[in-house]
Design a protein around this ligand. Structure first.
Ligand code: SDX
Length: 433
């Protein structure tokens, strides 16, 4: 049917309003609602549960089938066959790179891993026990001070260099957070290493000893980066898009995305989930936590469970669960009981009417914490790891938006406040007790 439309009849009185329907490549149709302005009505959708905020070609999620595609490629295939830099190229440019393109891209990332020497001063302003995400928000935003004036976001080459700088510098800035917290000297990037190997070297290496990157840990962490790289218009990506729609520079936009990711309902769930599993401890204590999670009067939620879009198993959680046991056996067998508790928690929850009826499954954060912990990543750095990976997703969406027709993001509201009224002088105000 050409130009399908939907007809809105306003309480049966006036002429129905016909609104165009636009069909995607895959997924739900969308109703274009611009003409609603004529009728002086807004669509009301708190949390944007049913609202498409933009058109995008980067990532697609089918929540019912538990499917995730980066530029059309299933996450399972990328996690198994690709690496994080190749996946980053794919997200940014839309196609997998050939050998030449891959070499050029990796080289461009490598030469931008170092940060301006003066950036080291920023860390001294933080307490040693500052949460690393608070430092990431500050230091990544401060990159604007070093590059903002050399940046014309309407120039595609400037956009590309900004994207490469951010992808390259996130691991360096993140590792510096950790070194600052433990009082060890910052490590300079070692560009002969892979992207992920370099990060591990900056995190765990010291100037006084040679650090050998463990290839199994490198591969496991690189896969975790792939799994976290992008995820449609999630809260932090939407934050980056809104910030970018004002014309703010990409460094400030990514800093805004880091701030949004920090929340426990979003990227902060991996840290919260490991803490919850530790608090549960042994399987016999699971029923108590399940009861709390189901209690409407208790704000406790099962961390790492549930998702706005996945009403099936999060495919990333599946991949994480499959590799978790191997990694524990290699690096941290003492946490295998914790993994057993997580498996038992998942089993009990998935047999419980409440979780079945609400379609609550483990999400990407449920098994990632145990895996990261086994790799020796400190708990407070879990969401920082998520931010390193998600930077390529954020900057790909920013680039996609800025390359197109940018519309300032400015939602309307349902106003239920006071009607217009006149000012009352203080001696005439009777304060209601
Ligand atoms: C990420 O958007 C993305 O794509 C995010 C992400 C990405 O890659 O960017 O996938 C990464 O953020 C994953 C989610 C990490 N967060 C958590 O694990 C925190 C625990 N999960 C919940 O807070 C919750 O599931 C959300 C926030 C993730 C999703 O919440 P929604 O979609 O807003 O759903 P909801 O809160 O309206 O929940 C629907 C119902 C509610 O019950 P009712 O009010 O309808 O009776 O399910 C309940 C909720 O109370 N519910 C849970 C629950 N999650 C939802 N109850 C107990 N435990 C949970 N974990």
């Amino acid at each position: 049917m050409n130009n399908p439309k939907v007809k809105l009849i306003f309480n049966g009185k006036e002429e129905p309003l016909e609104l165009p329907i636009i069909s995607p490549t895959i997924g739900n149709d969308v109703i274009q609602i611009e003409q609603l302005q004529e009728k002086k009505v807004y669509m009301y959708d708190p949390g944007f549960v049913n609202t498409a905020s933009c058109e995008s070609q980067i990532t697609y999620i089918n929540g019912k089938q538990g499917k995730l595609l980066y530029r059309g490629y299933p996450i399972e295939q990328l996690a198994e066959k690709s690496d994080f830099l190749e996946t980053s190229y794919l997200l940014l440019n839309g196609e997998l790179p050939d050998q030449d393109q891959y070499e050029q891209f990796s080289r461009s990332i490598r030469i931008h891993t170092i940060v301006h020497e003066q950036m080291r001063q920023f860390y001294n302003g933080f307490r040693r026990d500052a949460h690393p995400m608070s430092i990431m928000v500050g230091v990544v935003g401060a990159l604007s001070a070093f590059y903002h004036d050399s940046l014309d976001i309407n120039d595609p080459t400037h956009r590309k260099i900004a994207a490469h700088r951010l992808i390259a510098k996130m691991p360096t800035i993140a590792a510096m957070c950790y070194k600052y917290a433990i009082g060890q000297p910052f490590m300079y990037p070692e560009n002969s290493l892979s992207y992920t190997g370099n990060f591990l070297h900056m995190l765990f290496g010291t100037p006084s000893e040679d650090y050998q990157v463990n290839p199994i840990a490198e591969k496991a962490l690189d896969r975790i980066f792939i799994l976290h790289a992008d995820h449609e218009q999630n809260a932090s990506t939407s934050t980056v898009r809104i910030a970018g729609s004002t014309g703010a520079n990409p460094f400030a936009c990514i800093s805004a995305g880091i701030a949004a990711l920090w929340g426990p309902a979003h990227g902060g769930a991996n840290e919260a989930c490991l803490k919850m599993l530790r608090e549960i401890g042994t399987p016999d204590r699971i029923p108590k936590f399940i009861k709390r999670a189901k209690d409407k009067n208790d704000s406790f939620r099962l961390m790492g469970f549930g998702h706005r879009i996945y009403k099936e198993y999060d495919p990333r959680a599946k991949i994480m669960k499959e590799s978790c046991h191997d990694i524990l056996e290699q690096f941290n067998a003492s946490d295998i009981p914790l993994f057993q508790t997580a498996l038992e928690l998942e089993k009990i929850a998935r047999e419980d009417e409440y979780f079945i009826e609400k379609n609550l499954y483990p999400n990407v954060d449920f098994y990632s914490g145990i895996t990261l912990n086994a790799l020796g990543i400190p708990t407070q750095l879990f969401t920082v790891i998520f931010a390193i990976a998600r930077t390529v997703g954020w900057i790909s969406h920013w680039h996609e938006m800025i390359s197109g027709k940018v519309k300032l993001g400015r939602p309307r509201q349902l106003y239920t406040g006071k009607k217009e009224r006149d000012y009352v002088s203080s001696n005439n105000r009777s304060i209601k007790k």
